[in-house]
Design a protein around this ligand. Structure first.
Ligand SMILES: CC(C)(COP(=O)(O)OP(=O)(O)OC[C@H]1O[C@@H](n2cnc3c(N)ncnc32)[C@H](O)[C@@H]1OP(=O)(O)O)[C@@H](O)C(=O)NCCC(=O)NCCS
Length: 162
């Protein structure tokens, strides 16, 4: 059985196992502690499969925006909809909190993650050159805007005309 539940301090060992198996520059225990204990902007969920933590996703609620910090699922259980469930939870929370949208950075060569974000209506809106210190890969900046940002099209027109 899969459960998507808010991340607590007691989950950090399991989250670290996912983190270290997933990323070349993993966050540390102290990073996750800070997120859970101190960061008032942080919103994190874990995915638990039959009691084992197999994934997590998080974002910061920055004024009216959601900034995704990370999404990760253990390799052996990818492709089963767990990333999608985590993303749906973040989107649901963002809508509840009436954010205008969610943004993130993703490696330009990371097709699975970009596939996940596209599936949920994120669009590429910009590039950060040499963003990742390990490979100097560029980041794609993606955004998903919600209906609360009703003036999005008008703003785009203004930008294009200026
Ligand atoms: C990205 C990641 C979280 C996806 O998790 P997952 O549980 O395998 O994803 P799901 O099975 O829920 O798939 C959801 C959607 O993602 C996309 N997707 C997943 N795997 C994909 C792949 N290998 N290639 C292209 N798109 C893919 C698809 O759109 C899929 O929807 P579909 O099944 O209807 O086609 C996972 O691959 C991962 O942990 N990657 C390493 C960490 C990472 O890159 N995180 C993002 C940092 S920005």
């Amino acid at each position: 059985m899969i459960e998507i539940i808010p991340m607590e301090e007691a989950h950090i060992d399991g989250v670290l196992a996912v983190e270290e198996a997933t990323f070349s520059i993993p966050w540390t225990r102290a990073d996750f502690m800070r997120e859970v204990r101190e960061n008032k902007l942080a919103i994190y969920y874990i995915a638990r499969l039959d009691g084992k933590i197999v994934g997590y996703a998080g974002m910061w609620h920055v004024i009216t925006e959601g900034h995704i910090t990370n999404v990760a699922v253990l390799e052996e259980v990818r492709g089963q909809g767990i990333g999608a469930m985590l993303m749906e939870k973040l989107i649901a929370v963002a809508l509840e909190k009436e954010m205008i949208g969610i943004t993130l950075e993703v490696r330009i060569g990371n097709a699975p993650a970009q596939g996940l974000y596209h599936k949920y209506g994120f669009r590429a809106e910009g590039i950060r050159k040499n963003y990742y210190p390990d490979t100097h890969e560029d980041a794609v900046i993606m955004w998903k805007y919600f209906p609360f940002y009703e003036d999005y099209d008008k703003t785009q027109e203004q930008i294009e005309q200026s």
